[in-house]
Design a protein around this ligand. Structure first.
Ligand code: M6R
Length: 607
């Protein structure tokens, strides 16, 4: 939620900052703003709406400074408006600040500052930060000390960049529970909320831990802990190609990311399954330990949670351990039964989701071991978990998650096999057969993506509908949930997913003439049962849309989309693709912004 970017170097900062903001816009697009400093003069330009509005503002070309900070906002405190846009300044207009995160005690701090004659001009939590810095500067007369003292007062999460008119060649950045990376090239330093926004400028990075602070000048960066002891940091080189963060000829990131799935899945397999050998670097769980585990929790939000649902029964049948999949925001507040015999797996594409991280911390505090599955190198969750494993999907920019989901399911299936091998809980033949099936997945995804003309046609027929339903049984139900989420988030069409057998316990009352009902049928043992449920909705006038890898008698259905056959355990990885494409093309038919759906942001760093 919110993206921040900063530059300090020899070039004009504003175009670099705007370029960075465009890449971070997936994190929020309610407003955008920029602040540069030149000859001890801070300039600010900001406005409601997207980065392109900012880019078109009068005066943007007059920002000549070589030091600057910028922000793209997902509104939390205060509606989207110019006055609530970042950067925010203190009353004396000496300090300019951009902030990603939430200051939970902002009311208390605001009261304190108001009692000290500070005035506030926005409804944001952020505005307390520059004023607190100013308050401490009056006492300490030291930029670094003042920022540190202000940070010590903040409760909640923050990644901040601060510039100060009296030290025009410096910038101070700090973080706690919100992401911030520092990219370094010869005589330039770049700051951002994520690596892909900077990868066209540099591939070497410093990573701050929570409560650390960095003082940046053109040629030097000094790092400090929260007691202002100097600390040293190593530069990390990140292997990521610069075109991975571009649209690469596709109209939208989402479409590009859907088409990247064969590659994403291939790369994710490649890092853990080498022929028949499974190897998870950094995940050292002994047989002794795994044998004590009597419960696995898989905890996540949104699509990542659906990935957990998609592997639950595979873990259970392969490892013979009960698995509970939970929504992170529920898990963290419902006093789950956890002890040292519980293994907790957290899935998060961004690695920054506040609820998922809080749920992880809770399990850790109760003695459980925690594994994080994330797609973002050095994301916050990797610092909290006992172990972490990366999916290798490459940057996912579109708000709607696609390639992260398929990569997560692949990775978790390989992990289930890995545990089963250690525990000896499944036959060798079974394990080897599933490995072979996994290795065939990239090819099957390529085949699924070869000809999508039927899906485009279908989108034209159904885009004006008000409601849609998704049905499935077993693992197909988990895909129905994901298909429904994808559709509603980018098309704004109301949709619901049901376990096919549940229909006649209530939801069938919603079926009337012409309502599209999309059914996923991949599990040969359940196909006949689901077909009976499809028949029930057809009888009540529904338009039936079938996604299947089985040979079915199609005469009864309105539309049928065939996909390659896979082992029933792995079917979500393929069967979700037509649903992603359908949501995409319906959104295009409606003329919507696919990559940036209303009210949403890619990283949900607030609870
Ligand atoms: O970064 P995370 O995987 O933790 O994000 C979790 C959800 O916010 C995310 O999957 C969300 O549901 C997507 N917009 C769905 O497409």
């Amino acid at each position: 939620m919110c993206g921040i970017v900063g530059y300090i170097g020899t070039k004009k900062a504003s175009p670099i900052l705007i370029n960075g903001l465009k890449k971070l816009e997936y994190r929020g697009y309610d407003s955008a703003g920029i602040s540069t400093i030149e000859e001890s003069e801070i300039s600010i330009l900001k406005d409601k709406g997207r980065v392109k509005n900012l880019e078109n503002l009068d005066g943007i070309n007059n920002l000549k400074g070589t030091v600057g900070i910028a922000h793209t906002r997902w509104a939390t405190h205060g509606k989207p408006s110019k006055s609530n846009s970042h950067p925010h300044m203190d009353n004396s207009k000496s300090f300019s600040v951009v902030h990603n995160g939430i200051i939970e005690n902002y009311k208390e701090l605001r009261d304190f500052l108001q009692n000290n004659n500070y005035k506030f001009y926005s409804d944001t939590d952020t505005e307390v930060i520059p004023n607190l810095i100013h308050y401490y500067y009056n006492k300490e007369n030291n930029f670094l000390k003042s920022v540190n003292l202000a940070c010590n007062d903040l409760k909640g999460s923050y990644a901040i960049e601060v510039i100060f008119k009296d030290m025009p060649n410096n910038m101070i950045v700090a973080k706690k529970d919100s992401p911030l990376v520092i990219g370094k090239s010869d005589d330039e330093t770049f700051i951002s909320s994520d690596i892909p926004a900077l990868i066209s400028f540099t591939n070497t990075f410093y990573f701050l831990n929570d409560t650390e602070i960095a003082v940046i000048s053109k040629d030097d960066i000094s790092f400090y802990d929260s007691n202002l002891n100097k600390i040293s940091k190593d530069l990390t080189t990140v292997e990521l190609s610069s075109d991975s963060a571009d649209k690469d000829g596709f109209e939208d990131y989402m479409l590009k990311e859907i088409y990247e799935q064969p590659k994403a899945v291939r790369e994710t397999i490649g890092t853990s399954l080498n022929g028949t050998n499974i190897n998870f670097e950094g995940l050292s769980l002994s047989k002794d330990y795994l044998s004590t585990i009597n419960m696995i929790y898989i905890v996540a939000c949104g699509t990542a949670m659906h990935a957990g649902l998609g592997v639950k029964s595979n873990f259970e049948t392969l490892c013979n351990i009960p698995v509970v999949v939970d929504v992170a925001s529920e898990f963290r507040y419902r006093k789950p039964l956890i002890n040292e015999k519980t293994l907790c797996i957290y899935i998060s594409q961004s690695g920054e989701t506040a609820d998922t991280i809080a749920a992880l911390k809770l399990a850790k505090s109760k003695g459980a071991k925690t594994i994080a599955i994330t797609n973002v190198i050095e994301s916050s969750i990797t610092r909290e978990a006992d172990y972490y494993v990366y999916t290798h999907a490459g940057p996912e920019i579109a708000v709607a998650s696609t390639k992260a989901y398929t990569s997560q399911i692949v990775l978790l299936n390989i992990m289930a096999l890995y545990f089963a091998e250690i525990l000896n809980s499944s036959s060798k033949d079974r394990i080897e057969n599933i490995k072979k099936e996994i290795l065939k997945l990239p090819e099957k995804l390529e085949k699924t993506l070869e000809d999508v003309s039927d899906i485009k046609e279908l989108a034209k027929k159904i885009y004006s509908k008000k409601d849609m339903f998704f049905l499935g049984r077993g693992i197909d139900y988990t895909v129905a949930l994901e298909g429904s989420l994808k559709l509603k988030e980018i098309t704004y069409i109301h949709s619901d997913a049901y376990a096919a057998g549940e229909l006649k316990h209530g939801p069938i009352a919603l079926i009337e003439k012409g309502v599209p009902v999309i059914s996923i049928l991949t599990n040969p043992t359940l196909v006949e049962k689901t077909i009976s449920n499809v028949q029930e909705v057809i009888t009540r006038g529904a338009t039936s849309i079938i996604i299947t890898n089985q040979s079915l008698d199609c005469s009864n259905f309105d539309n049928i989309i065939n996909i390659p056959e896979t082992s029933a355990l792995l079917s979500p990885i393929v069967s979700v693709v037509p649903l992603q494409l359908l949501a995409y093309y319906v959104s295009k038919e409606k003329g919507l912004d696919v990559d940036k759906p209303r009210n949403l942001a890619k990283s949900v760093t607030v609870e």
